[in-house]
Design a protein around this ligand. Sequence first.
Ligand code: PLP
Length: 422
Amino acid sequence: MNKTPFVTKEKLDQIIADYPTPFHIYDEKGIRQNIKALQDAFSWNTGYKEYFAVKANANPFLIKIMQECGCGCDCSSMTELMLADALGFKGEDIMFSSNATPAEEYAFASQIGATINLDDITHIDFLEHITALPKTLCCRFNPGGLFQMSNGIMDNPGDAKYGMTTEQIFEAFRILKAKGVEHFGIHAFLASNTVTNEYYPMLAKVLFELAVNLKKQTGANITFINLSGGIGIPYTPDEMPNDIAVIGDEVRKVYQEVLVPAGMDHIALYTELGRYITGPFGALVTTAIHQKHIHKEYIGCDACAVNLMRPAMYGAYHHITVMGKENDSCDHKYDITGSLCENNDKFAIDRILPKIDTGDVLYIHDTGAHGFSMGYNYNGKLKSAEILLHEDGSYQLIRRAETPKDYFATFDCFDIIPDLCQ
Ligand SMILES: *Cc1c(COP(=O)(O)O)cnc(C)c1O
């Protein structure tokens, strides 16, 4: 089984001649088509809106595409809020789903009119000390226990730090209502990277039933339900991708079954997808610069875990295509490594691939979400460039690679290494 890169070898060689590896490349056409399919799947819901999870990929050129497609932004930190604000997103187009939130972030979110999603009941007091409570507020729910589906356990909310318990969310709604909040939202994120059409419909059932009970018992005017992120992508070539049209339709059925009979047919649905929107439409392009034959066969690349942390952090699988060798027989077994002094720094372990020669270009699939954005600077390694492939085949640098000067920049107010940072 295989995965096909969204860019040809010829095109990639052309790009590499302009911008040396490593870099992340993104497919604008794929992103736009994908957003369209998502919006079509939920078009039955009048108020439906996707708030792209900025943490998945915070490149402003990509966020601008989301904006053109009619998406809002889901932010979780000060800089993400600043980015959304600077790009001209209006308050109602910004969701602020944070946790352990610093006071200044709530203050800024409130100032720009973002919709605040309270992670905890204690945040009501916390927020009130910072600003007058807004007329619209959302509360994040965590039912605890295990989130289970037909084919097993999907995730473990009982072990997750997010959200309020059932008791707390009822109490929070009562308090907020008494304090004059007029419009309420409910949010939950109960399973991550789900590659099954069942997750959203099951989550919808939990949240819709909760909404009915919250309305009954507190009289709160619930205007939206935020299904958050969690729709996954097939990282391995044998996984079946989610069918977003089926997911949208199954959620519609639950809506009909639970909300409509309760007279709650005006409720808008929101999503905060990240991985699903950009994941498959990004790739990390790196060159094999070393071959090493010791107890195992190693290929050393010019990218490392700093550029893509998921394999090191979660043991995550990312498919690799050796460009130009797509049809060669896979008869070699390699560990594909970066250069960090950290043995987790492997993009693949015991991967069966065609014979790799020094200078070969490796295309690491599905890095469009939680790829570049998880980057860090261990070993003093620098973050890569990002390139956007447009629909017409032209391409554009959308972030330059870091330079040593960027790396040393936080010492620019001292005189310890002026030659490196000023
Ligand atoms: C991470 C996150 C998302 C996006 O998750 P994906 O798995 O990328 O879809 C959405 N909402 C919140 C609150 C998050 O923390």
